[in-house]
Design a protein around this ligand. Structure first.
Ligand code: BES
Ligand code: MN
Ligand code: ZN
Length: 507
């Protein structure tokens, strides 16, 4: 999909469908008002008849036979005083999904007046939302009717600053494509997304965006002392890969941000086998890794002034003759021994070595993301990712930016009690801490491998993929946490696009 900027007045645009925003309970204004005048009050009729109220992502479709735009899609943005810029992504995504099912190839999306105070941000959200709205999962289907037909999106920026709009359009395109890249990696089933294929995808992404990449094989991982990571891989016929992607945007600086993503390409549970119900969803257990690979690709293209390394330990978790057995004791890179009580608590085992390796590389900050615990879904459902930290200032800065991207994160505490629960009688640690507070005992386990480095852990088990679709988003993989990671990296680099709480304020 191509997204571009134009400055034409909405009512004069020649396009397959013109998209205009309305706010609920408000007078028509801006582009909706101008188009309404050209249509002799047709949009006002839609609202006064009660056909639509203007709630976020609500739509009304109006045919406009004698106009240069052939159709108008009126899309709600909710109450004007609750407007936040990220809603523009949902506005655009809703339009692309609605029109892309109706054989329309070219659309023009008008920006509401409210958005123009930050034209870069507005154009970015529209571009990102339009591209992510076009994501479909027809990779394995031949049915052209199921594919989204929208090819060209023109953002109508009116009199807003042209350079600012262009910058936003470019950035939003990169981000939207990264989101869809993460989603494609995640949705691809495990037979077609092995650790080797995931590493090949990362290599291609690195080449495209000018990143350095190294992929460690089993022997190299063993030399590094990654016994915890390899203990998960040993039951699988697929060779494990440890992916290291590097972006050096600030060569003079010693600061290094590590992004670490769980790359379990399939989680059977291992010898502690999972029940069959919904086990197919465990192809998504590399969503954190996909998020890191995709965020790194976007970072390579956006070129912020910062150094970032992306680490993805990738393996299957399988039962087999060589698989780890409950009770086995393995040793991580930092020398700590771990009693494996439950082979289904494998995510923390592979992340342990990745966090150690981040420290070896000299990381000064770390963020890991992982579909780590079913308990995160019990605690927060599918509404937010659980967020845990050892550094309050760090997490507040991250949460402030993340909130404005439209992704949701909710902080949970990391009391010493959870660390106590992970003590083993026979090794330094055990890999499970009982049923209570499963997300937090898992976090406490990870904390033992972080040392003193400021660290944030994102448990995306409930948010990486969804059973239901939204007007703006297909069901399946969501691309979480790509938006938050990329936006936070830009902020850390001193070139924020998304500002805390949606306002143009210092973070
Ligand atoms: N990948 C799962 C967590 C998961 C569950 C993600 C549901 C998405 C949806 C993880 O490896 C796992 O199996 N965790 C166990 C840990 C337990 C054995 C301590 C869990 O949450 O049950
Ligand atoms: Mn598991
Ligand atoms: Zn898992």
């Amino acid at each position: 999909m191509q997204v571009r900027i134009a400055h034409d007045a909405p009512a004069t645009v020649r396009t397959g469908a013109l998209v205009v925003p309305v706010f609920s309970g408000a007078e028509l204004s801006g582009p909706a008002k101008a188009v309404d005048a050209a249509l002799n009050g047709a949009i006002a009729d839609v609202l006064s008849s009660g056909e639509m109220k203007g709630k976020l992502a609500e739509v009304a479709y109006v045919h406009a036979k004698d106009q240069p735009f052939h159709r108008v899609l009126v899309v709600g943005l909710g109450e004007a005083d609750k407007f936040e810029p990220y809603m523009l992504a949902r506005y655009a995504g809703t339009a692309v999904r609605y029109l892309g099912r109706r054989k329309i190839t070219e659309i023009a999306i008008a920006l509401p007046e409210q958005a123009k105070s930050d034209a870069t941000l507005a154009a970015s959200f529209v571009a990102e939302g339009a591209i992510s709205g076009s994501f479909d999962t027809t990779i394995y289907q031949d049915d052209a009717d199921k594919r989204n037909t929208v090819e060209t999106v023109t953002i109508l920026g009116g009199d807003a600053d042209a350079k600012a709009l262009e910058a936003g359009c470019t950035r939003g395109t990169i981000l939207g494509e990264a989101v869809n890249f993460a989603r494609r990696l995640a949705v691809t089933p495990a037979n077609d997304m092995t650790p080797t294929i995931l590493a090949d995808e990362a290599t291609k992404a690195a080449k495209e965006s000018g990143l350095e990449i190294e992929v460690f094989d089993e022997a190299r991982a063993r030399n590094e002392g990654m016994g915890s990571f390899l203990s998960v891989a040993q039951g699988s016929a697929q060779p494990p890969k440890f992916i290291v992607m590097r972006y050096t945007g600030d060569p003079g600086s010693k600061e290094l941000l590590a992004l670490v993503g769980k790359g379990i390409t399939f989680d059977t549970g291992g010898i502690s086998l999972k029940p069959p119900e919904r086990m197919e969803e465990m192809k998504y257990d590399m969503s954190g890794g996909a998020g890191v690979i995709a965020a790194m690709r976007a970072i390579g293209k956006l070129k912020p002034k910062i150094n970032v390394v992306g680490l993805v330990p990738a393996t299957e978790n399988m039962p087999g003759g060589k698989a780890t057995k409950p009770g086995d004791i393995v040793k991580a890179m930092n020398g700590k021994t771990i009693e494996v009580i439950n082979t289904d608590a494998e995510g923390r085992l592979i992340l342990a070595d990745a966090l150690c390796y981040a420290n070896k590389l000299g990381a000064t900050k770390m963020i890991d993301c992982a579909t780590l615990t079913g308990a995160a879904v019990i605690a927060l459902g599918h509404a937010a990712s659980a967020t845990v930290t050892n550094d309050e200032n760090f997490v507040q800065q991250f949460l402030n930016v993340a909130k404005s991207t439209g992704e949701r994160y909710w902080q949970m505490p990391l009391y010493d009690d959870y660390t106590t629960a992970m003590k083993s009688d026979i090794a330094d640690l055990k890999n499970t801490g009982g049923r209570a507070a499963g997300t937090l005992t898992a976090s406490a386990f990870l904390k033992s491998f972080v040392a003193e480095t400021p660290w944030i852990h994102l448990d995306i088990a409930g948010t990486a993929y969804l059973d239901n679709d939204f007007a703006w988003q297909a069901k399946g993989p969501t691309g979480t946490p790509v938006r938050a990671l990329v936006s936070y990296v830009e902020t850390l680099a001193g070139s924020p696009v998304v500002h805390a709480n949606g306002a143009k304020a210092a973070v």
